[in-house]
Design a protein around this ligand. Structure first.
Ligand SMILES: C[S@@+](CC[C@H](N)C(=O)[O-])C[C@H]1O[C@@H](n2cnc3c(N)ncnc32)[C@H](O)[C@@H]1O
Length: 308
């Protein structure tokens, strides 16, 4: 009998391993560890508690030069993620001139050309993925150049990463509604891009922000129930609110119908082990995607884009 083909690779991180294992078990996905924190499965199920997800094909190879030739015949540019047989993989990557990791300056240019990615299964087989979930950040590492002076919190990195991954732009034409905005890292990102920003939070943001940005206002209140006036003018809605994802789900399900809204970025924060039903409900909202970001803690990030 033929052994079933591996269909999926899951790239995980130590701090979310328990969530990944719990989600895999709940969905009946049997995983085996290919290399530390890289799991393979014969299932094609997309799991959400992953740094990256690859649907893979297997490509046989005889030597390093043969692997290089074979991959180059499929595509000119490649990404490589080390797994097992790290050195051999690195030599293939060198042959393909895969660029070394470098820090990303935000905002990064929008990349329309997506690279496929590869890793090694064993000494004679490559795993190849045409479209990694994380696009050109195969494996899930998104190392942004940090600004340790301007933003009032490190949370700003999550919004920068989500915008970069999902190819989303904020400009001076946008009206951004930032829910659960304090101390103001996300608002700092949006205001730096020239947008008008309304911050809603129960507690006061960093006052320095109002000296720096003129198109910034703060409203003390409940981010789950912003007034209609703020909602109806928003072109972008972001939320890093520390609130129950189930309550946020109810709100965003209505907000997808807002007239001017182009996109939403919302952090889903869980106390204890996450509620897989709520995650599935977010994932089922059309035109949305769920990521576990490089800069997320015990969180997921839900991104919705209005259909064109
Ligand atoms: C992680 S912090 C947000 C950090 C922020 N994104 C930044 O970049 O600095 C979460 C915030 O959510 C706020 N929050 C929690 N529940 C809220 C609610 N129902 N309405 C408004 N703000 C809320 C908290 O007061 C807290 O300031």
């Amino acid at each position: 009998m033929q052994t079933p083909q591996i269909q999926s690779l899951y790239f995980v991180r130590e701090n979310i391993l328990h969530e990944f294992r719990d989600e895999a078990a709940a969905k009946g996905v049997v995983v085996q560890e290919l290399a530390p924190l890289i799991f393979a499965s014969t299932s094609a199920e997309r799991l959400f508690w992953v740094l990256d997800y690859w649907r893979v094909d297997e490509v046989p190879f005889e030597s390093i030069s043969h692997a290089v030739k074979s991959l180059r015949s499929r595509n000119k540019k490649w990404a490589y993620v080390g797994s097992t047989l790290f050195r051999r993989g690195a030599l293939i990557a060198e042959g393909l001139k895969v660029p070394k990791d470098k820090k990303i300056q935000f905002p990064a240019p929008i990349e329309t050309q997506k690279k496929p990615a590869f890793t090694l299964k064993n000494t004679t087989t490559l795993f190849v993925c045409e479209k990694p979930l994380k696009g050109n950040f195969a494996g899930g590492k998104v190392a942004l150049e940090e600004d340790r002076v301007g933003p009032p919190s490190r949370a700003y990195l999550k919004l920068q990463e989500a915008l970069t991954l999902a190819n989303l732009e904020i400009s001076d034409k946008d009206s951004v509604l930032d829910l659960g905005a304090t101390p103001g890292g996300w608002s700092y990102v949006a205001a730096s891009l020239g947008a008008a920003v309304t911050m809603i939070d129960r507690s006061e943001p960093d006052p320095k922000l109002f000296k720096k940005f003129k198109k910034l206002e703060y409203i003390k209140g409940d981010g789950l129930n912003p007034t209609e006036a703020f909602l109806s003018k928003a072109t972008v809605l972001v939320s890093d609110m520390a609130c129950e994802p189930a309550r946020l789900l109810k709100s965003v399900s209505a907000w997808v119908n807002l007239p001017h809204l182009r996109f939403m970025v919302c952090t889903l924060k869980f106390h204890g082990i996450s509620d897989k039903k709520v995650i599935a409900a977010f994932a089922a909202i059309p035109h949305s995607e769920i990521y576990h970001l490089w800069n997320n803690g015990h969180e997921l990030t839900w991104v919705w884009k209005k259909a064109r």
